[in-house]
Ligand binder design. Sequence first.
Ligand code: MRU
Ligand code: ZN
Length: 234
Amino acid sequence: MSANDNPDQLVLSSDNLHPANLIPELCASFYRLGWVTGTGGGICIRTGDKVYIAPSGVQKERIQPSHIFVLPYPQPSPHADRVFLRRPALELKESACTPLFWNAFELRDAGSCVHTHSQNAVMATLLWSGDVFRISHQMIKGVRISGTGSALSYLDTLEVPIIENTPNEEDLKDSMAEAMKAHPNAAGVLVRRHGVYVWGKDWEKAKTQTECLDYLFEIGVKMKLAGVPTVLNA
Ligand SMILES: CSC[C@@H](O)[C@@H](O)C(=O)COP(=O)(O)O
Ligand SMILES: [Zn+2]
């Protein structure tokens, strides 16, 4: 039976690397890192013309492949109601982060986007009171220019824009897009008192970039608290 006859086929696969299997596995591992506790955070994956998205407001470490939404990319109309190729049978709603994940697809041609509530990211937004987090002379080689380009060097200064939080996730879409346009080299966007969005060409790169940035937020916060400058002149 094809996915046209039965949309559930879009999330049923014995392949561990199928997005509908990967999203639950990755969310469970992010939960153990403290990135997606309390139902927050998540990851979405785009493979060409299909986007796989987790449900909203659920324990992210307990998602099943059958809970995954599948959407066409691009959407037929940005102004009309969201179109789905497959919805879960349960009464679930797609992640509130969907419009923000879409920013990563449209503005960076990303294949995946991670959202965390990591306390390292949140602390960075508290200690950097302006609109950019900066750090240099650290192991920033894992981070890619614009998130999808070539790798940064030890001698580069990493800059991650910070936007202000809003009560509703969806309302971050425009300010996130503005920050991405104003900082074309940025590999992610921090959200003050909330967390971070990080994207990559595919789920592996989005995951490893998030790991690199989280490491840099953590060490940057420790340096700042210890009174050590986080940016050195070249
Ligand atoms: C703990 S609520 C946080 C949400 O509003 C949002 O910021 C979030 O990270 C996850 O949204 P969700 O719709 O559950 O995927
Ligand atoms: Zn969030």
